[in-house]
Write a protein that binds this ligand. Structure first.
Ligand SMILES: [Zn+2]
Length: 125
C-alpha cells in the first residue's frame, strides 16, 4: 500500500491517533525501532506496520528533578516492549523514584508538552 509519509512520520501519525505502531521485517520477522526504511538486522526492505501489544518493562530509569511549581520530579525511562524494541518513555502513575528496572509497564500513546509521545503506566495485576 502506498504511503506518502516516511517511516518516522508514519510512527508519529499513529501516536497522534492513539496508536503505537511498530515495523516488523518481512524477511527476519524482527520488530524495529526507530522507524526506518531498511531492517537493521538483515537489511530487508519489506517492512510492515503492526500495532504494539503495549506490554513491556522498564530497561533503565532516571529521575529528572523539576521544581514543584513546574510539576515536580518526573521519570525518564528506556522501556523494552514485548516485541523486543526499546524506546524512551516516561512512566506515569507512580512516584518517579519507584520506577525500577524490570517494572512491568503498559505503554500507550499520549503526549508530552503537546507532542505525541509513548507514555507508560505500571502494568495492572
Ligand atoms: Zn530483517
Amino acid at each position: 500500500m502506498g504511503n506518502p509519509l516516511g517511516p518516522d512520520a508514519t510512527f508519529r501519525d499513529g501516536l497522534s491517533k492513539g496508536q503505537i505502531n511498530l515495523q516488523q521485517c518481512g524477511n527476519c520477522d524482527q520488530f524495529i525501532f526507530f522507524p526506518r526504511i531498511n531492517c537493521p538486522h538483515c537489511g530487508g526492505t519489506s517492512l510492515t506496520w503492526h500495532p504494539a501489544s503495549g506490554k513491556g518493562e522498564v530497561h533503565t530509569a532516571t529521575t529528572v528533578r523539576r521544581r514543584a511549581e513546574k510539576g515536580g520530579d518526573y521519570n525518564v525511562s528506556m522501556i523494552e516492549l514485548a516485541e523486543g524494541v526499546r524506546m524512551m518513555s516516561r512512566v506515569d502513575g507512580i512516584a518517579p523514584l519507584d520506577v525500577k528496572i524490570g517494572l512491568a509497564i503498559t505503554a500507550f500513546a499520549g503526549e508530552i508538552d503537546g507532542i505525541p509521545a509513548v507514555l507508560c503506566k505500571p502494568a495492572e495485576g
